[in-house]
Design a protein around this ligand. Structure first.
Ligand code: 5AD
Ligand code: SF4
Length: 423
């Protein structure tokens, strides 16, 4: 989501006459778009500011430093107190006001009534083959570990017509794949347009080949959305559906509003709709009170689901969240050991998933150059990175390959020369 917001901030400043600098060391204005989800991400901004403060441009001028994003939202004026080199602090819902703020300086962490999306300039004329589109922001779920409901505010969906128009603009600019984004993307609703309706409308945009969405909450995974995985050929067979823990006791303490069994039941329904769906998730280790038995339940759900990918994090106490003041905080060395074990287990299931793909024929959307000459890297329908050597192919092409070899994080694809049978 920060990638999407950063692109929009770039477009906004370009419309004001700014141009992208080759690197931060030569920029007149530096915007740090920040993340507050874990302490490590939030602290990084202060070291970045320190580095910028020490830097000078060839003409001796100091850069204007803007802190945007969720650290700006959460820490506001404190940032200027702690880092006086910062000129502007702007939250994720107010960055459309940045052009005026660059002239006046200051702090703006309002949750404005006007939507930034209504005033941001149009999308760039040329965009990558795989592009993001924010359709929903905010969160009403209040998991006890998470700052998002406080930094991003309440769940808010963008109007469906505006989203279809933005999708058409992105496809006109070269996008062949769109990933719809939201903190709770599947909670999307615009008057009578459900999230499944939105997927169907965007899938119908001419020229769009692939559609994805992230991140979802299990409690908004309804029948209609599950059916979309069966009915929409553009919707790729991949779902990121965080579970956080395999222990019911912890899921309750996390206020996740689902159990291990109810989560697994959703996956059964998804697999009935789309047998080959690849699953991904998020996990937290070391949530307050997590015992060896709770952690063992997390390892066992990873094996039971057989995740194709998963992201795992050490619990990080966040200011203002209920879990931060819970008793039984887990010692750091225990968190470290559990994280290592979990990541090794996820590595095993991911490798098993990739190995099971060897022998399949699939399409790959080429996104970037590889290291070897003639090599390109793209994504399979299951979001695996696939290396392809094809002198005739270029970035943005969709090529058909045979998956011939698997690594933990990638596969090798041999291009298939398709010949049309004579009529
Ligand atoms: N500590 C560690 N991980 C967290 N996440 C959210 N809040 C925290 C926290 N306080 C993780 C969750 C979420 C992902 C985006 O970040 O797993 O799904
Ligand atoms: Fe945070 Fe996601 Fe829970 Fe919302 S649903 S509180 S964004 S982890």
């Amino acid at each position: 989501m920060n990638v999407y917001d950063s692109e929009r901030i770039g477009e906004l400043l370009e419309a004001e006459g700014y141009a992208a600098a080759p690197d931060a060391a030569r920029a007149d204005v530096v915007v740090l778009n920040t993340c507050h989800i874990r302490e490590k991400a939030a602290e990084k901004v202060y070291s970045d500011i320190g580095r910028l403060k020490a830097s000078r441009r060839p003409n001796g001028i100091k850069p204007v430093v803007v802190v945007a994003g969720c650290v700006a939202q959460a820490e506001g004026a404190e940032i200027v107190r702690r880092a006086p080199a910062v000129d502007v602090v702007v939250g994720p819902n107010a960055y459309h006001r940045l052009p005026a703020m660059l002239k006046a300086g200051g702090v703006d962490t309002d949750m404005p009534v006007e939507s930034k999306f209504a005033v941001l300039p149009p999308r760039r004329a040329v965009v990558p083959a795989s592009a993001f589109l924010t359709v929903q922001e905010g969160c009403d779920k209040f998991c006890t570990f998470c700052v998002v409901p406080y930094t991003r505010g309440a769940e808010l969906s963008r109007p469906a017509d505006a989203l279809v128009a933005e999708a058409e603009a992105l496809v006109a600019g070269g996008a062949r794949e769109l990933t719809l984004l939201g903190q709770n993307v599947n909670a999307y609703r615009d008057v009578t347009t459900s999230f499944a309706d939105l997927l169907a409308r965007i899938a119908a945009v001419r020229g769009l080949v692939r559609l994805r969405y992230t991140t979802s909450h299990p409690r908004d995974m309804n029948d209609e959305l599950i059916a979309a995985h069966r009915d929409l050929p553009q919707l790729m067979p991949y779902l990121h559906l965080p579970v956080q823990s395999g222990s019911d006791r912890l899921l309750k303490a996390m206020n996740r509003a689902h159990t291990r069994a109810s989560y697994l039941a959703i996956l059964d329904r998804l697999r009935a709709a789309r047998a080959d769906i690849a699953l991904s998730g998020d996990f937290i280790v070391g949530f307050p009170g997590e015992t060896d038995a709770d952690f063992a339940a997390t390892l066992s759900i990873v094996r039971e689901v057989g995740y194709a990918q998963a992201y795992s994090f050490k619990y990080s106490p966040r200011p203002g969240t209920p879990a931060a003041t819970m008793g039984e905080q887990v010692p750091e060395d225990v968190k470290d050991a559990r994280l290592a074990e979990l990541q090794a287990t996820i590595g095993e299931t991911a490798l098993a998933f990739n190995r099971a793909s060897v022998g399949k024929r699939c399409d790959v959307l080429l996104e970037r150059p590889g290291r070897r000459p003639g090599q390109l890297i793209g994504k399979s329908p299951w979001l695996q990175s696939v290396f392809v050597v094809s002198p005739s192919a270029k970035i943005g092409d969709i090529v058909t390959v045979d998956l011939i070899d698997a690594q933990p994080n990638s596969l090798e694809g041999a291009p298939v020369i398709l010949t049309r049978a004579a009529a």
